[in-house]
Design a binder for this molecule. Structure first.
Ligand code: BTN
Length: 322
């Protein structure tokens, strides 16, 4: 019902209560209650006894009806579970996946109280960001899962460029870098058997309209938001629409043409390949030149004595960052 009302209002101009009621097969009182609910969510809707209702402004929110209004996907985001506040969209998506939720089911939240990053880190999730988790059910081997944060990284970088004009860089395996600072990250988690993946949850966190003050002193020099970098508010629902569309398209391409075209795209967006890096893997630390990523998405490092290392997990720092 809400989606139909919004769609009608978005056409522009006044729409009468009677017209909306007819469209939905409900009474004018039911329409009025729906309009009242929209206003509570932050929509600005003018009403005139003679003309009906006029949509004047929509809130910058991640409400499903805002995302779905212009969503150009056939699978990802077709089912959206929305939370104003949740512990972690990743945990919520995991519960849904275990219950059998279909591929493409997407959990979004305005804030998270226990947002998780890679390597057990906390992901600060104040209002103004994008926090979403998408359930995928690819027919692949567990060893191919490493590709997914890279596919998602390319999707997010392309979507950010489309919406803001900013050209982000990717730091292996999953950091979204803007102006040399981290603006987002990706966490891919899976449930698998020995030879088969049950599901993958792609978690995406982006500092979009996040105020600088919310990063805290520790992150002042390492974190940024899209708003900080482009000097204006970024429409978050539009960015989510484009992320889902880019991710769906790359995911389909990967199924049809393999990982190679995406690997090339990732390398073109990367700030890691060709750089001197230091990689922490648990207590171990390796230094050298990041020379490539392989067909599974692992990082190839040329270390001391020109020894080649294949890295599947770790924390990469560009040496000039230290
Ligand atoms: C990283 O760079 O360490 C990855 C950060 C991933 C954060 C996202 S926000 C949505 C989803 N829910 C979480 O708890 N984590 C991911």
């Amino acid at each position: 019902m809400k989606e139909t009302v919004l769609k009608a209002l978005r056409q522009g101009g006044y729409v009468s209560g009677a017209e909306l009621g007819k469209l939905l097969g409900v009474s004018r009182t039911a329409v009025w209650k729906c309009i009242r609910a929209f206003r509570c969510e932050g929509y600005l809707i003018d009403s005139s006894t003679a003309k009906g209702y006029l949509l004047v402004g929509a809130p910058d929110s991640l409400l499903p009806e805002e995302i779905k209004a212009e969503l150009k996907t056939s699978c990802l985001g077709q089912k959206i579970v929305y939370h104003r506040r949740v512990a972690s969209t990743q945990n919520a998506a995991k519960i849904l996946a275990e219950e059998g939720a279909s591929e493409g089911t997407t959990v979004v939240a305005e804030t998270q109280t226990e947002g998780r990053g890679r390597i057990g880190r906390v992901w600060a999730s104040p209002p103004g960001g994008i926090y979403l988790s998408v359930i995928l059910r690819p027919d692949i081997r567990p060893s191919d899962v490493l590709r997914f944060p890279l596919i998602a990284g390319v999707a997010v970088a392309q979507a950010i460029e489309l919406v803001t004009g900013i050209e982000p860089k990717l730091k292996w395996p999953n950091d979204i870098i803007v102006g040399g600072k981290k603006a987002g990250g990706i966490l891919a988690e899976m449930s698998a058997e020995m030879d088969r993946v049950n599901y993958i949850i792609i978690g995406i966190g982006i500092n979009v309209n996040t105020d600088k003050a919310r990063f805290g002193r520790k992150s002042e020099w390492t974190a940024t938001s899209l708003k900080e970098e482009c000097g204006k508010e970024v429409p978050r629902a539009k960015l989510v629409q484009d992320i889902l569309a880019q991710l769906e398209s790359l995911y389909e391409d990967c199924k049809r043409f393999g990982f190679e075209p995406i690997r090339r795209k990732w390398k073109a967006l990367s700030n890691t390949i060709g750089s001197q890096v230091s990689i922490s893997i648990g207590k171990e630390r390796l230094k050298g030149e990041a020379i490539d990523i392989d067909e599974e998405g692992a990082l190839i490092l040329r270390g001391e004595n020109r020894t080649l290392h294949r890295i599947v997990a770790g924390d990469v720092r560009l040496i000039r960052e230290e």
